[in-house]
Ligand binder design. Structure first.
Ligand SMILES: NC(=O)c1ccc[n+]([C@@H]2O[C@H](COP(=O)([O-])OP(=O)(O)OC[C@H]3O[C@@H](n4cnc5c(N)ncnc54)[C@H](O)[C@@H]3O)[C@@H](O)[C@H]2O)c1
Length: 317
């Protein structure tokens, strides 16, 4: 059955893939995006597009003008660095914007809300891989706003005073990568940044010693998880990690990217700078909860995902 879904942030990396899949599944898609880091070029054909801001009730009113079956709330300020440069903007977009979205869901009787949370919620967990039961003590301003927004979403989902409940699900996404990730935005997405650097024959900038590690999850696997969760009552009220359960160091990413683009992996020039505030040392996801609850399994290995991303990057350069 065709459903009508609002995808906030649908002109960005993750949101545009989500919108594309929903359209391919035969649903009607409305996108709301202010193009701060996204681009109208990413908006898939067939989606209704509203240029607007999740902080602005008038813009949300336009996005909620027709009845919606679900909201995929993906719009956000996605950079840890920028959260320290402009904490009030980060707070207004990630927390204020999310509260606005939840309030509009309630006002319009939308039954389902899915939210783009982040592994930065965990801060420096004592043990790895980290599972969803681990206490969240975010150490970056960005992690704080993502976690606060997640709590607003789930506290709203737990309300028993509503005539019509709002069923919510959040995804603590680890490092998502793939086609359409920006190759020219130094604030977001280390995989895209390094691919862009190597394609432009620039040195890579490494903050810290380069041995910090991240769990990279390919965009198609992320989309699979969201779409499966949307359709599954077992996902109501749940928070899921989305990673593949493997850590890759920043050095390893540089080497993989350089080698895949035909260069000597050990020789690619690197510039080192100080660790940045809020940096997490090592992060890997325990994905047992989403495996058990939804049967989700990442399908794309790190090597395959990097190859696909590089093939796309080459085709656009
Ligand atoms: N990429 C990752 O690894 C990752 C990991 C965890 C969580 N997330 C979250 O997923 C979401 C999408 O991230 P992404 O990597 O696709 O980044 P992105 O920057 O490509 O996407 C964010 C989109 O939101 C839009 N946007 C920003 N502020 C807005 C506002 N006030 N009103 C309307 N639209 C606004 C941007 O223009 C952009 O299109 C973000 O909320 C981010 O915090 C991303």
């Amino acid at each position: 059955m065709t459903k009508r879904v609002l995808v906030t942030g649908g002109a960005g990396f993750i949101g545009s893939h989500m919108a594309q899949r929903l359209l391919a599944l035969g649903h009607d898609v409305v996108i709301l995006d202010n193009e701060s880091t996204g681009s109208v070029d990413n908006v898939p054909a067939g989606a209704a597009y509203i240029k607007g801001d999740v902080r602005e009730p008038a813009d949300l009113a336009r996005a909620f003008a027709q009845p919606l079956d679900a909201v995929f709330h993906i719009a956000g300020q996605a950079s840890t660095v920028r959260s320290f440069d402009d904490p009030l903007a980060d707070l207004a977009i990630n927390v204020g914007g999310t509260v606005n979205v939840t309030q509009h869901c309630l006002a319009h009787g939308v039954p389902r809300l899915l939210f783009a949370s982040s592994m930065t919620a965990y801060g420096h967990p004592a043990g790895l891989p980290v599972d969803e039961e681990t206490a969240c003590v975010p150490v970056s301003y960005y992690g704080i706003t993502k976690y606060a927004a997640e709590r607003y979403v789930h506290a709203t989902g737990a309300r028993t005073d509503l005539a019509r409940p709002l069923h919510v699900t959040s995804f603590r996404m680890f490092n998502v990568y793939g086609p359409r990730q920006r190759l020219d935005n130094p604030y977001q997405g280390v995989m895209g940044i390094f691919i862009g650097n190597v394609l432009r024959e620039e040195p890579v900038n490494i903050f810290g010693d380069g041995e910090q590690s991240r769990d990279f999850v390919y965009i198609d696997d992320v989309v699979n998880a969201w779409v499966t969760a949307w359709q599954s009552p077992a996902a109501h009220g749940q928070v899921f990690n989305l990673g593949i359960g493997q850590g890759h160091s920043v050095h390893a990413v540089v080497q993989t990217v350089a080698a895949a683009l035909g260069h000597d992996p050990a020789a690619w020039p690197r510039r080192y700078g100080p660790e940045r505030p809020g940096d997490q040392r090592h992060m890997t996801a325990d994905i047992g909860h989403i495996r058990r609850t939804l049967g989700w399994e990442p399908q794309v290995s790190f090597a395959e995902g990097v190859a696909r991303t590089i093939a796309w990057a080459r085709s656009t350069n």
